[in-house]
Design a protein around this ligand. Sequence first.
Ligand code: GAL
Length: 341
Amino acid sequence: MSILRIRTFVLLTSLFFLFITENRAQFTTYKTGTLLIDTEGDPVNAHGAGMLYHKGKYYLYGEIKKGTTWLVPDQSWECYRVPASGISVYSSEDLVKWKNEGIALAPTSGNPSSDLDTGNVLERPKVLYNSNTKKFVMWLHIDSKTYSYARAGVAISDSPTGPFTYLSSMRPNGNMARDLTVFQDEDQKAYLFYASEDNKTMQICLLSEDYLSPTTRYKRILIDQHREAPAVFKHQNRYYLITSGTTGWSPNKASYAVADSIFDNWVIKGNPCKGKHADLTFFSQSTFVLTVIGKQNTYLFLADRWDKTNLANSTYVWLPLKMKGQEPVIRWRKRWHIPDN
Ligand code: GAL
């Protein structure tokens, strides 16, 4: 080959690789363990988040963490708090570009006896769409600053972006409710999963047909296992529940449980996270598993990397969850993007 040909070859090869890299860069979405940036260039503020897919768009709902973190005195555990600043909502068509849609559920101030008072706790919002009532229903953990109130709150809206109208809070069937999530089955029945009984045992409660209240049908699961941060998904007709241990804002080992039907026995299997730092869920805590539309074996695992002494500084760990047969597997990836997962 002549020198000229070699030069041309090298030039074309470099251009080709530059093109590939540039294109990938455009699509690269998740720098795991960092803040997500919205379409305005601001950090996404949506912690303890949940997602809803509705009419071609994904909606992300989360706790707004801002302000100074303080330690509630005289507690037997590290009760770090920021003022409850309400629930944010973002929308995206591709899970990549997130548009800030504002505050879905606003807090109130000056009345500590109001559930939504900034002095209380508003955590882990999850939203469902009820196709019969055509309403969007939000469930969230409502608590006092010492976490002794232990209730599930419910709010309703005509639009996925809110504003949501707060209805009430309750202890389902008289049982405590802290970390929670919701799950809507293919038959449109919806269930509330919540850490109960002083976080020792989890419970699942069937929601009413309008999704606005708990029914009397409920089951105790993971009895005396001390699990929280529930995230539920369904794969090939089996139900999977990922939870964390109960170490407050500090990371611990996740585990998953499986059931053949919602009110069946949930069998604890083990840690879905694999590899380095898997025992600390890659320094994060589960909050949601998204069924990505159009993907067969891949789900999106959403977790929070809490910064307990500066909660507003907390970031996100979003990773692909892949099904290897009947086993969910989550591996650390520093940088990845959804189309390639
Ligand atoms: C965690 C829980 C968080 C928050 C925190 C308070 O265990 O998952 O959502 O409530 O405790 O310390």
